[in-house]
Design a protein around this ligand. Structure first.
Ligand SMILES: [Mg+2]
Length: 242
C-alpha cells in the first residue's frame, strides 16, 4: 500500500489568526489580509522584525524576518500589528484539533504546520484531493483562516507541494513529477539541493535508520524545517501541543 501524506500549512499564520480573531470579535472589522499589513515587534521601540505579512504587503517586497523599519520604508502606509503569542497558541491548538479528528496519525512540525499520515484512509474518505479540499474548507469555515495542503507519498514531497501557489490551495506532487519537472521555474529554489535530496530519498527508503543520522547533519534549512526532512515515512507520533 502506498503511503499517503498530507502537509497542512496555515497561510500567513500569525496575520491570519489575528484577522480571524478581529472578525470574530467584530464582523465589520477590517480584514488585515486584504490590506498592507504585517505582524511584527514594537516599531516605536525601534526593534522587531516582520513575522508575517499580508499578500499585498508581499507585493511591496516585504519579507518575513526583515526589520520593521525596512518594511516601513518599502510601504509607508503599512499597518503593523504587535504579536499575540497566546492567540497563536490557542489558534494552533484548534487547528491541530481538527486534524486530530480526521487523521489517524499527525506530526506537528511547527506552530502552524503538521503532517498527517492518511495512509489507508481512501476507503473511509474517498479521493484524497477531494477530501483535502473539504478539510481546508472546513478549517476556514470553523476557524476563519486558510491553509494550503500538499499531498504526496512522503513528507518531503508533501511539504514541497504545500508550498506551491498560495493561499487556500490543495496541491499534489509525485516523486516522478518532481524528478521530471525539477527544471521548471517553480522548482528552481530547490535545484541547489535537488540531487542530494534525490539520493537521500532513495537511501532513506532502502536503509532508513542508517541514513537518518547522516541526513540530519545535512542542511536543507533554506527550504525545509529540519524536523520535516524525514522522507522515508518512519512512524509518526503526535507530539504534545504547544
Ligand atoms: Mg505557514
Amino acid at each position: 500500500m502506498h503511503s499517503l501524506i498530507f502537509h497542512v500549512d496555515v497561510n500567513s499564520a500569525f496575520l491570519s489568526w489575528e484577522s480571524a480573531k478581529r472578525l470574530r470579535d467584530n464582523p465589520d472589522a477590517l480584514d488585515l489580509r486584504t490590506i498592507n499589513a504585517v505582524i511584527g515587534g514594537d516599531e516605536k521601540m525601534r526593534h522587531g522584525v516582520v513575522l508575517a505579512k499580508s499578500p499585498s504587503a508581499k507585493k511591496y517586497g516585504i519579507m518575513t524576518g526583515e526589520p520593521l523599519s525596512h518594511a516601513r520604508q518599502k510601504c509607508p502606509d503599512l499597518v503593523i500589528v504587535p504579536p499575540d503569542h497566546e492567540l497563536y497558541a490557542a489558534s494552533s491548538r484548534k487547528f491541530i484539533g481538527i486534524l486530530e479528528e480526521v487523521a489517524p496519525v499527525i506530526e506537528q512540525c511547527s506552530i502552524d504546520e503538521a503532517f498527517c499520515d492518511m495512509t489507508g484512509t481512501e476507503k473511509l474518505y474517498g479521493d484524497p484531493i477531494a477530501f483535502a479540499t473539504k478539510l481546508k474548507d472546513r478549517i476556514y469555515k470553523e476557524l476563519g483562516f486558510t491553509v494550503n495542503i500538499g499531498i504526496s507519498t512522503n513528507k518531503l514531497l508533501a511539504k514541497m507541494a504545500s508550498d506551491f501557489e498560495k493561499p487556500n490551495r490543495v496541491h499534489t506532487l509525485s516523486r516522478k513529477r518532481w524528478q521530471k519537472s525539477s527544471g521548471h521555474s517553480r522548482w528552481n529554489r530547490y535545484t541547489a539541493v535537488e540531487k542530494p535530496l534525490q539520493k537521500d530519498c532513495a537511501l532513506l527508503e532502502s536503509q532508513p535508520s542508517a541514513h537518518l543520522q547522516k541526513l540530519t547533519a545535512r542542511c536543507y534549512s533554506p527550504i525545509l524545517n529540519p524536523r520535516a526532512i524525514i522522507c522515508g515515512n518512519p512512524p509518526m507520533v503526535s507530539p504534545p501541543l504547544p
